[in-house]
Design a protein around this ligand. Structure first.
Ligand SMILES: [Zn+2]
Length: 195
């Protein structure tokens, strides 16, 4: 009986062994192909990854020749020769001649035109995306008013020396950028590398 059983199995494999082997090979191949297709290549995964804090907004120059005078510092103190004290400077200052035209860095809406003793004549430009550009130390003749829609590159004011807190620096544009109400480095949106 035992011998017969063995013989039967042997007979079976002798007859169908090739097909059994073929079926197993095929199953393994299908499994491998399925895994390969399901798994995404690493490069593809990386391509689809977008860092959240990378700004896609780019400003045009607020004055024709960008001459960086004072850089942005969120916490590092810089000496203010006018006030004779050290303070953070949450803006960038560009030296320019009195009367130099100041441009809208992007399309936007004028949200504020004010005067402040320390910062002089100020124009605020809302460019969308939570970004507000603050121009300070402007001349008193402001060609825009609150509510005006301006296009990138249009004149929104002229450089002067009206910011009393920075008066000894001479005529310059004090440019501040607010993102959702907090000051951020304008260099995030504007190429201020010294040329
Ligand atoms: Zn300044």
């Amino acid at each position: 009986m035992q011998a017969n059983k063995k013989t039967l199995i042997q007979k079976f494999f002798k007859k169908y062994g090739y097909y059994v082997g073929l079926a197993i090979s095929l199953a393994v191949l299908i499994t491998i192909v399925t895994i390969a297709v399901t798994m995404k290549p690493v490069s593809e995964v990386e391509e689809n990854f977008t860092p959240v804090d990378t700004p896609t907004i780019s400003f045009t120059s607020p004055v024709t020749d960008l001459t960086l005078m004072k850089n942005y510092s969120n916490s590092a103190l810089q000496y203010n020769s006018t006030l004779n004290l050290w303070q953070a400077h949450k803006a960038v200052d560009f030296a320019a001649d009195e009367g130099t035209e100041v441009y809208a860095v992007m399309d936007g809406k004028i949200t504020e035109v004010t005067y402040n003793y320390l910062m002089g004549n100020i124009v605020k430009l809302d460019v969308g995306g939570g970004i507000v550009v603050v121009y300070a130390s402007l001349a008193s003749e402001i060609p825009v008013k609150v509510g005006d829609e301006v296009v990138k590159g249009s004149v929104i004011g002229k450089v002067s020396n009206t910011a009393k807190s920075e008066a000894s620096d001479g005529p310059h544009l004090h440019l501040e950028v607010l993102l959702n109400g907090d000051s951020v480095d304008p260099a995030l949106y504007l190429d201020i590398s010294e040329k």
